[in-house]
Design a binder for this molecule. Structure first.
Ligand code: HEC
Ligand code: HEC
Ligand code: HEC
Ligand code: HEC
Ligand code: HEC
Length: 538
């Protein structure tokens, strides 16, 4: 009898120490979520097995046993927390953090992309529905998303042309990287290969259809582990059945579980993909989130969603309740050109409207009269009034804004122009706003972003910021007054030259969007009113 009792005590002591150690270990160290769940399961089984013996053992041990149950509860709660949470709020992808991640077993399963899944497992294609399925109930939202760039993020021509080159030039090193943001489900379900990345849009759509950034991508994100390079955690079936993470606490759906996610209401949700860091050289390739974070918009809680997903009155789902504000899914940005090419007229027009709201252009202190035969200077001010990040932001090889400045005389003769297009590019010395990236020797890179090791220059306009620049021109003596001064503020998502280079000559006609414009008429001084040393008649 006493023999079996001391055996029991030994067993209980063992179980208690095991549970204590594992709980503490899991609380303080990074354990892959899959392993965590397995340990919790084991602990629960051990505790359950132990219950019949509970009545046999001494009160002291019984008290210890209670402690064990408490510890278990803590472990459970800790394990239920999706791996990677919001604690590391401003963590950039610093070198030490990356090395640490790589050494955690399976910590970066899709290296060099930062995507994660619960348990670091490759996901099952069957866990994801086609967006059309969601569209059956979420009709309005589906229609909006369909005409956005993100729905086309995988199979739009400029991306695929560059991906093909990037994949070949790096011998596949960046295959995971690009696709983790442009087809997150394609990557996390293990479908990506170099062959697919280098195939044509038609071939891959036929043989390996994969979505861009779709409903399932965003609404299966349960957490994030950082703030760039796609540091999201994808958790389909987080609770056994299809689970959608969204902004509402009161959403009920017959088709899926709904889980409230504060993350979805915040900018750092978008920040996981809208901050791109070169995975090997750490160059900050795109920084839309950081630009926003450092602006007054973030201080005043004006989020990406406020501007890119404004609410509309209606229903989020056909059988759902009427709501005052349903988050829209147009995701209007600036790529009017590509949306037009893809046949999305409404999305395209919305992008032009966004651009129209973003920038303002004005003349500063125009001269009252212009004197023929002399140089005149005109200051032009460009203000970022509407974009919550730099203007322009994003894709550095392409995005460019510039001033097209012209002076005409009364006969329609062009006296001066700076900012026209020559050889598919803005002409030399154009006053443009763009970031320039460079390689290790300081050469500017127009295409091969994978060779980037530095930012050469960046004169894009900060949120609520402005730029004032001068144009200086000679007015010929025979000009006929009055003169008309015009300044257009123009934008294109990439130059005609880049489009021709990537897709072949004249495959894609790049559209220039005129964001804003100012025109003013200035009289010419007559010879009598010319102010000079010999104007003695005054
Ligand atoms: C059979 C109809 C139906 C289908 C199919 C459907 N949903 Fe829903 N869903 C609903 C209803 C109803 C609601 C609740 C709407 C409300 O409360 O306004 C909802 C709510 C949501 C929410 C909001 C959750 C929250 O907590 O804020 C998200 C996100 C969502 N669905 C995503 C999806 C996705 C992604 C798909 C496709 C895989 C999908 N739904 C398919 C009916 C459906
Ligand atoms: C105050 C409103 C506002 C906020 C806040 C805002 N944006 Fe924008 N965004 C705009 C406007 C206006 C444009 C169009 C002009 C432009 O290209 O910048 C735009 C353009 C964009 C573009 C396309 C840029 C290009 O040239 O390709 C992206 C991408 C984008 N926003 C993402 C974001 C993300 C991500 C956030 C949050 C971190 C955000 N925006 C916050 C207003 C906003
Ligand atoms: C780029 C990520 C992204 C994509 C793609 C996306 N959503 Fe959303 N969705 C969000 C975010 C973020 C919110 C919350 C916005 C907010 O609260 O301001 C949201 C909100 C919702 C809501 C709740 C709306 C409300 O206000 O009640 C539903 C329903 C929904 N999405 C369904 C869908 C469906 C269906 C699709 C595909 C057609 C889709 N989403 C595509 C990010 C996305
Ligand atoms: C899973 C990654 C991912 C997430 C999360 C994400 N985006 Fe995007 N987004 C992309 C990619 C990739 C593109 C570029 C698609 C293309 O042009 O090929 C894009 C494009 C855009 C554009 C269009 C830019 C243009 O040039 O017109 C806007 C606007 C935008 N995103 C806003 C948002 C907002 C707002 C959120 C958060 C609610 C968000 N995105 C979350 C990956 C993401
Ligand atoms: C961390 C997420 C992320 C990664 C990784 C990423 N991108 Fe993108 N990409 C984006 C976002 C967001 C945009 C949209 C920015 C904007 O609108 O200016 C974009 C835009 C683009 C565009 C412009 C598309 C157009 O139609 O104008 C191209 C091309 C592109 N990416 C290619 C690539 C290639 C090639 C790689 C791999 C070397 C890559 N991207 C890696 C997020 C990413």
């Amino acid at each position: 009898m006493s023999h079996s009792k001391s055996a029991l005590h030994l067993l209980s002591a063992l179980i208690i120490s095991w549970t204590t150690c594992t709980s503490f270990y899991m609380a303080f160290f990074n354990v892959p979520a899959g392993l965590k769940l397995a340990i919790v399961d084991l602990n629960i089984s051990l505790a359950t097995l132990f219950i019949p013996f509970l009545l046999l053992i001494r009160p002291f041990v019984r008290r210890l046993f209670c402690l064990l149950v408490c510890l278990l509860t803590v472990t459970l709660v800790a394990a239920d927390e999706p791996s990677g949470n919001d604690n590391q709020s401003n963590e950039k992808w610093l070198e030490p953090a990356r090395s640490r991640l790589m050494h955690v077993n399976g910590g970066m399963p899709f290296f060099p992309h930062r995507a994660n899944t619960t348990g670091n497992l490759v996901l099952n294609v069957k866990d994801f529905d086609n967006a059309q399925v969601c569209g059956a109930c979420h009709t309005e939202i589906y229609k909006q998303w369909r005409s956005s760039m993100m729905s086309q993020a995988w199979d739009e021509p400029i991306y695929r042309a560059l991906l093909k080159r990037a994949s070949a030039a790096t011998e596949g090193k960046v295959d995971n990287f690009c696709t983790g943001c442009h087809t997150p489900i394609g990557l996390t379900t293990g479908q990506i290969t170099s062959e697919i990345n280098r195939s044509s849009i038609e071939d891959s759509a036929k043989n390996h259809p994969m979505p861009g950034v779709d409903c399932e991508t965003c609404h299966n994100i349960s957490a994030r582990t950082g703030l760039d390079n796609g540091a999201y955690v994808m958790s389909p079936r987080a609770h056994g059945k299809p689970t959608k993470f969204g902004p509402r606490k009161d959403a009920v759906s017959p088709y899926h579980d709904t889980v409230y996610s504060a993350l979805h209401t915040r900018s750092d949700f978008c920040g996981t993909c809208h901050n791109v860091t070169h995975p090997f050289s750490s160059v900050a390739v795109e920084r839309t989130y950081d630009e926003w974070q450092e602006s007054t918009y973030s201080l005043n809680d004006v989020t990406c969603q406020s501007c890119h997903m404004p609410g509309f009155k209606g229903k989020a789902a056909i059988m759902g309740p009427d709501r005052e504000e349903v988050a829209s899914h147009w995701f209007s940005g600036a790529n009017a050109m590509m949306l037009k090419h893809l046949g999305q007229e409404e999305g395209s027009q919305r992008a032009r409207d966004m651009l129209g709201r973003a920038g303002e252009i004005t003349f500063q202190q125009l001269p009252a009269v212009i004197i023929p035969g002399q140089y005149t200077s005109v200051a032009v001010k460009v203000t970022n009034v509407g974009a919550g990040h730099k203007l322009p932001t994003g894709f550095p090889e392409g995005r460019e804004m510039w001033i097209d400045f012209r002076v005409q005389d009364a006969n329609g003769r062009e006296l001066y122009r700076l900012g026209s297009i020559k050889d598919g590019k803005t002409e030399e010395n154009t006053r443009n706003f763009k970031v320039h990236i460079g390689d290790k020797d300081g050469n500017p890179l127009d295409v091969e972003v994978w060779n980037a090791t530095q930012i050469l220059s960046d004169n894009r306009i900060l949120p609520k910021g402005y730029d004032i620049g001068e144009f200086s021109f000679l007015v010929p003596a025979d000009a006929v007054g009055p003169l008309t001064l015009t300044a257009d503020l123009n934008y294109w998502p990439f130059s005609q030259k880049l489009a021709d280079y990537l897709l072949g000559k004249d495959k894609l006609q790049v559209e220039i969007t005129r964001m804003a414009n100012v025109t003013q008429s200035v009289p010419l001084a007559t010879s009598l009113s010319v102010v000079g040393p010999d104007t003695r008649h005054f």
